[in-house]
Design a protein around this ligand. Structure first.
Ligand code: IMP
Length: 194
């Protein structure tokens, strides 16, 4: 469950490589205000799965900048729409310490599966200028650790192997595929992910 087509496209591609199909459910999600993406995602999936027998996934992501005390974090969407990338860069114009991380938390549940959360992070730094047009959101100002280019300058294949989203969805895929092979069972009526 996400209304963001970019996030869905990435999640779909990551999961297809693991043999898992998903479809996008464009329902508005209920978002509580909290500093923890895990709690926000868990609350949203709990609310949405009350009357849903298929397995639902709710994804919440954000960029956490160390020197700004983790800002924008859970407010990443609002900050992106208001001050945008230029606003973030000007908040940091005199900062030498530019460490940051992206986080994705996915909460999974259905009427039969109690909520479970999978989290992935990628550390890196905030660039000094907007670089590249690939990806979406904060990608053009985020340089993953060990690399020189922003996610905005790299191909989708690279981001989908190294990103916070890839790490979170791979954890989910391992759990889901183990449950399919019966090592631990997901008690759900439908196997299709919604
Ligand atoms: P939300 O999870 O839909 O609330 O997304 C929060 C904000 O973070 C949105 O403005 C997205 O553009 C941004 N965002 C989420 N994931 C990514 C990513 O993988 N790269 C860059 N920006 C992202």
């Amino acid at each position: 469950m996400t209304e963001n087509p970019d996030k869905f496209r990435e999640a779909k591609s990551i999961l297809e490589a693991q043999g898992i199909q998903i479809r996008q459910l464009k329902r508005p999600k209920v978002e509580v205000q909290d500093s923890s993406l895990e709690k926000i995602a868990r609350f949203a999936v709990k609310t949405a799965s009350v009357d849903h027998t298929g397995l639902l996934l709710v994804e919440d992501s954000g960029l956490f900048i160390d020197v700004l005390g983790g800002f924008p974090g859970p407010f990443s969407s609002y900050v992106y729409k208001t001050i945008g990338l230029k606003g973030i860069l000007s908040l940091m114009h005199d900062q030498r310490k530019r460490n940051a991380h992206f986080q994705t938390s996915i909460a999974v549940a259905s009427t039969n599966v109690s909520p479970r959360v999978f989290t992935g992070t990628v550390r890196g730094s905030v660039s000094r200028e907007i670089r590249g047009t690939a990806g979406f959101g904060y990608d053009p100002i985020f340089i993953p650790e060990g690399f020189r280019e922003t996610f905005g300058q790299t191909k989708a294949g690279f981001k989908n192997k190294t990103s916070h989203r890839a790490r979170a969805f791979l954890k989910f895929a391992n759990w889901y595929n183990r449950s399919r092979t019966g090592r631990h069972r997901v008690r759900t009526h439908k196997r299709a992910l919604k």
